[in-house]
Each structure stands twice: as C-alpha cells, then as structure tokens.
Write a protein that binds this ligand. Sequence first.
Ligand code: NAD
Ligand code: MG
Length: 302
Amino acid sequence: MTNKQSPHKTLIQDHVDSYPVPPFKQQKQPFPSLVSEMSPVPDHGEKTYKGSGKLVGRKALITGGDSGIGRAVAIAYAREGADVAINYLPEEESDARQVIALIKEAGCKAVAIPGDITEEAFCKKLVKQAAEELGGLDILVNNAGRQQFSESIKDLTTESFDATFKTNVYAMFWITKAAVEYLPRGSSIINTTSVQAYKPSNILLDYASTKASIAAFTKALAKQLGPDGIRVNAVAPGPYWTPLQVCGGQPQEKVEVFGEEAPLGRPGQPAEIAPLYVTFAETNNSYSSGQVWCSDGGTGTV
Ligand code: NAD
Ligand code: MG
C-alpha cells in the first residue's frame, strides 16, 4: 500500500511469514558446514540490505565472515562503505569466495585471510595482515564460534571442551590483544555472545560457559578501553538459521523444529541481526559501550 502523504512506498512486512518457519528437514553436515548446502539456504541480506553510508572509510576485520551472522555483517558493512577483511577456515573457501565477491560488488576492498584461530600465532598474523592490507583497522568483530552439543558431562571430552574455549574465548582474547595495537580512538570492538550466556541449555555446557565469558570480557574490556576512546560491545543472538546449527550444534531432531519456541515462531535469519552490528560500529552511536544487545525473536532473554 502507498502512503498518499509520502512519495515513499511502505516497506512494512510481516515479521513471521517473511522468513522460513519450521519444520525444516534434517541435514547433518560435517564441521565446518557450508551455507550452500543448507536447506533452506540462510538469508544474509544478499538481495535486501541497503546501505546509507554509515561506515564510509571504515576498516573492519570480521572472524567467521564466510557464513551465517559474520557473512551478513560483512555484506552490511561493505554496503555501508567499509573495507572488510574476513577470516574463516580453509575448508570454507567456497563460502568465503561468495562473500569476497559481494564486498567487491559494493565497491569496497575485500581481504580474505583463511586460517585456524585456535592457534595464537595465527591470530597475531591475522590481525597484522588485515591491518596491513586494509591500511589500518578500526572495527573488530569477534564472531567465529564453535558449538558442539553433548548430552552429558560424562561424554564431554577435554579435547572438545578445550576446542570450544580456544575458538570462542582464547581466540577472542588473542585477536583483540593484537588488534588494540592498531585501533585508533573512535574504534569499535563487537563480540558475539549468545542467549546461552543467560539461559544455558543442558546440552551446551561448554559452549554456554564460553558465551558467559564473552559477555563478562566485553563489559570488563569496555571499562579498560573507554579512556582510549574505544567502545566494546556484544551481540547476543537467539536461535539463528546458520551452518553452526547443522554440523553438531544441535541434535537433528532439534534442527527440524529450530526456532519454533520463539514468540515469532521461527529462527532468525542472519540478515535480521546485521543491523545491530552496524549500529554498534557506527560513530553516531558513540555513547554505547559495555552493552549486550539481544535479538531472540521475542523471548526476552537478556
Ligand atoms: P557459522 O557457522 O556461519 O559461523 C561460525 C564461523 O566460525 C564459521 O563460519 C567458521 O568460519 C568460524 N570458525 C569456527 N572455528 C574456527 C576456527 N578454529 N578458526 C577459524 N574460524 C573458525 O555460524 P553462526 O551461527 O553465524 O555463528 C557466528 C557466531 O554467532 C558464533 O560465535 C556463534 O556462537 C554465535 N551465535 C550463533 C547463534 C545461532 O543460533 N546461530 C546463536 C547465538 C550465538
Ligand atoms: Mg562458515
């Protein structure tokens, strides 16, 4: 319907049926899974995100930028005018290539840096390479994550517990520590926690614990870096339809009904959360630091 008072078309859309609702088919993929093999394929805003110059001239590093939430953030940042470096695992090269092409299509510089962030030496190299190739760094999005469900603490191995903490907590520490050497005043660090930090599932003991660590790390670091003019915040997604969930993040019977319990009756699509990362990064939002913003389809977790 067109508003007679305004030359603009009304862009309102139904929040429930504009995106896929469960049930979904079972679809186990090996870790790390690919966007291209998911059904339905997640919506990262490829066809919909429109920028308005909010991040012109900015330089961002996004971990896990090949798929899911990180991909949606990479697309949004580029369309807002930022040059973007993405990190991902070498097995995800095909997903990453699509993101690199989309960043370039937006007219921005795109840098691809594959590698495993569970190694401290690589994390240092990643930040250095990103800053050198982008010609600086003023936005860091710590988004890569590992989630493997385990029914019982008796089955949760030290190796798996360790890998989850290395990926979600240690890598964030190593990457952030390296990045502060480059970040000028006015920079923004955005971490990705989860509703799991606040309402942990019984089968995500290690993952939920890492996400609580990320929330605390964010608030403590915001206090530390405030005097340096650097803001530190976190986004807490609820159930989002991404590769993480289909490669061991959830049992397959939960994948079938994923997002069903949210008041909106469906999972979020990555395109729906990217605006929070844009808002945290942009200069207009200069007084928000030490915050966790949640997007969980109406559950009201945080
Ligand atoms: P995703 O699988 O698309 O992204 C996770 C990415 O992490 C992968 O693409 C991979 O590139 C990266 N990664 C994992 N291990 C790595 C390693 N060792 N080295 C380098 N990169 C590695 O899934 P997503 O859901 O978009 O996940 C993004 C973030 O969102 C994660 O931190 C996740 O915990 C968080 N999150 C997701 C949900 C959800 O429902 N999908 C909910 C809450 C929080
Ligand atoms: Mg991926």
